[in-house]
Design a protein around this ligand. Structure first.
Ligand SMILES: [Zn+2]
Ligand SMILES: [Zn+2]
Length: 241
């Protein structure tokens, strides 16, 4: 739901040598500007899947990169549907930019590994209805971050997140009756965390009900576990040490 305090999905990861983006939902470009980052430092963008709340700002991001004078290659990593999506969004939406901004598209197979500098990015498929979706693990300088993207509880994500330093996991709705194999509830997230044993958890992709009931949600998620669980907020910045 639209919320002046909360835009859609987007995560920026800064390492010593790179700035990565994972997902660019509506409002993320504006938050990037608010963060103070020089957007022309971003050369690698990952899109987990093509639901609009994860990719709709990519066209305006590209336009802004051009206006900001970005003159390198922008690498876009996404599931194979990216070809069809890109044709519609880029070739019809802003054909003039095709010549002005060099975008190189890389397909992410279900189990892909990408090396960028000294960072290793590994993907695994998620359980998200019929949508082809990737979760990500980024490993850099002996530290790791895992982002679930949109998913129901998944043993593959548990494996990916085993003992990770930071797990960013969705919790779309409260416990209750919902469609199966689409999203994760607090009790289900508790199970994921108890198996994966991450050092820290940030809960993202939350409905207004989850935000309103955060203290209850947090107690369900972390019940009996030695884990620090935070509600993801816009412009929240964490250091992974
Ligand atoms: Zn989705
Ligand atoms: Zn989503």
């Amino acid at each position: 739901m639209p919320d002046p305090e909360r835009v859609q999905s987007g995560i920026m990861i800064q390492t010593e040598s790179h700035v990565f983006l994972i997902d660019l939902g509506s409002g993320v470009l504006q938050r990037l500007v608010s963060s103070g980052i020089d957007i022309t430092k971003i050369q690698h963008v990952f899109i987990s899947h093509f639901h609009v709340d994860h990719c709709s700002d990519f066209p305006t991001f590209c336009q802004s990169m051009w206006l900001a004078g970005f003159n390198k290659t922008l690498h876009l990593y996404a599931p194979p549907q990216v070809d069809e999506w890109s044709k519609g969004v880029r070739e019809i939406g802003y054909p003039y930019l095709l010549e002005k901004l060099d975008v190189e598209i890389h397909h992410l197979d279900e189990k892909a590994t990408v090396m960028i500098g000294n960072c290793k990015i590994t993907t695994t498929p998620t359980t998200h209805g019929s949508m082809d979706t990737r979760a990500f693990k980024m490993e850099c300088s002996g530290k790791s971050i895992v982002y679930s993207s949109d998913t129901a509880p998944s043993s593959e994500i548990v494996d990916l997140a085993k003992d990770t330093d930071l797990l960013i996991h969705e919790c779309n709705w409260l416990d209750g009756e919902y469609p199966k194999k689409v999203h994760t509830s607090p009790s289900e997230l508790h199970e994921v965390i108890s198996k994966a044993t991450p050092k820290r958890v940030v809960v993202t992709h939350v409905s207004p009900q989850v935000v309103e009931n955060w203290e209850t949600v947090k107690s369900i998620i972390s019940h009996g576990l030695d884990v620090d669980a935070l509600l993801g907020e816009d412009l929240l910045a964490l250091e992974v040490l």
